[in-house]
Design a protein around this ligand. Sequence first.
Ligand code: TZP
Ligand code: MG
Length: 207
Amino acid sequence: MKFDRNWLRKYFIMGSQNCNGKDPATILEAAIAGGITAFQFREKGKGALSGDAKIRLGKKLRDICRNHHIPFIINDDVALVDILRPDGIHVGQDDVPIIEIKRKFPDLPVGLSVSTEIEAARSPLNMADYIGAGPVFTTASKEDAKEATGLAWIETLRHRYPDLPIVGIGGINQSNAASVIAAGADGVSVISAIANANNIQQAVAKL
Ligand code: TZP
Ligand code: MG
């Protein structure tokens, strides 16, 4: 699949550790029914699966995305590209460098997290298909999350890079998503505001 910035509009991120014991496949199906525009498989942090169990879940969630024509993006784990054949990969500042990923997989869309001016200065932003900017607001979903950037970070990046696809991340929910878009983001990426909702489908629709 060729990258399209519309993927970023309602970008759901989830791993089994975000599901409070519920079935990740059921949550993903409901989120797709609600209208998510992309999905990132992020099996990471306390209680996350690894090895074969991670691959098994990845395949299951990938197949659900494929059946519904939703882009399936993996977090960090470049070794999974050949196994899961995702539509994209998202990496952080401490992961495999974009240049290396592009060398190995020239056609694979790559997203990059950028949280600070220092990170922006040392990142090959022109090689990234999109930027994940944040955490915009305080988040409980990432143990090593950096300090919240506020909406100003989205505004700064948008002003500096008028054409760069940008998705906001971190603490975004149904009440503040519009402010992230107004600040210049192409979309919002969300874990808990969808995964923890009582009515997942409705939560996505409201977002
Ligand atoms: N990167 C920066 S904040 C964050 C990630 C993966 C977690 C976002 O989760 P939530 O629940 O939408 O704040
Ligand atoms: Mg990472």
